[in-house]
Design a protein around this ligand. Structure first.
Ligand code: SF4
Length: 309
């Protein structure tokens, strides 16, 4: 059984709200809904309570892994009644960009079966995005079992040594292994995939980074089916590395460099930074949840109108 617990924050005139869930097992997990003015909404689901992969820019990684969520707990976030009842903003898309690495949780496959089952969730797989830092064996399983799901692979650095610092999983599953899987996938399905690039001030925002990132794409068999999403880093509680958000101009220049190198690129808009609901910020307030699993964290409130880098 799962009990949606506390609405953590919803600003008055905001487009983003974050909901804290708890079940009858230890650990909390969060889901975020973004409402868009033209009458639809998108939700961001968690696949784990915490995360054990320890990416150095991520608030969830700073918590450590509490546990994998059950498939029913993942589904329950998507079917959260107040969101389902809101006819003015029907949930048209789902992204696994909440807490946890979805492909580190083998139950993600059952969850995807349920989300796409017409008798259960009923979402088109094309409306579901799985975001991964590159858990290669299960990425291969994902493209085989759910070839129409949209995939986002986090790159964050084209250089293996630096990427190992940002994403320690790189040492186990190098970026190239995941990109090769996606290369074969796009050639077979002609479905576009996305490479996320978290831009951190003075860390991975140089011309050399842009050049090597563009090269990574251009060496693919179908470079036209790879699109880079550049995301400005959000400062996140619990992260001890001295990372800073880049200036708007830095983001613009990085995007321009990629574009002039001939690769498809966009800047991903960030919503929810004011309530710690944007990329990499989830679970920032719940560092003690693992030790006191049934003591609800203190709800926060904050108005947010979204954030455009
Ligand atoms: S970025 Fe994703 S995989 Fe890395 S620590 Fe955070 S939740 Fe885990």
């Amino acid at each position: 059984m799962i009990l949606p617990a506390t609405v953590v924050s919803s600003g008055e005139d905001t487009s983003v709200e974050k909901v804290l869930f708890s079940g009858d097992k230890p650990g909390y997990f969060e889901a975020v809904r973004s409402r868009f003015r033209d009458g639809w909404s998108s939700i961001c689901l968690s696949s784990q309570s915490g995360c054990g992969l320890a990416c150095t820019f991520c608030a969830t990684g700073a918590v450590g892994l509490v546990r994998n969520l059950d498939a029913e707990e993942i589904l329950a976030q998507a079917l959260y009644a107040p969101w389902q009842r809101d006819r003015a903003f029907p949930v048209k898309s789902i992204a696994f960009m909440g807490m946890g690495e979805p492909l580190a949780n083998p139950r993600i496959f059952t969850a995807l079966d349920m989300l796409t089952d017409p008798q259960v969730g009923g979402w088109s797989p094309r409306r579901i995005t799985v975001s991964t830092v590159g858990f290669a064996p299960r990425l291969a399983q994902l493209v085989a079992q759910h070839p129409h799901v949209t995939i986002t692979l986090s790159v964050h650095s084209p250089f293996p040594d630096q990427r190992s610092v940002l994403i320690p999983l790189q040492k186990r599953f190098p970026l190239e292994a995941s990109v090769d899987i996606l290369d074969r996938h796009v050639a077979a399905t002609r479905r576009r995939v996305f490479l996320a690039y978290l831009l951190i001030d003075g860390v991975n925002d140089s011309a050399e980074h842009a050049e090597h990132l563009a090269r990574l794409v251009k060496h693919r068999s179908r470079p036209d089916l790879f699109k880079i999403s550049v995301i400005a880093y959000n400062e996140a509680a619990g992260v001890t590395a001295p990372y800073r958000r880049p200036a708007t101009r830095t983001v613009q220049e990085f995007v321009a460099r990629l574009r002039s190198a001939g690769v498809a690129v966009s800047r991903r808009q960030q919503f929810g930074t004011g309530i710690d609901a944007a990329c990499g910020q989830l679970h920032a307030d719940y560092l003690n949840a693992r030790d006191a699993p049934h003591t609800p964290p203190t709800p926060r409130t904050a108005a947010t109108g979204g954030d455009t880098p």
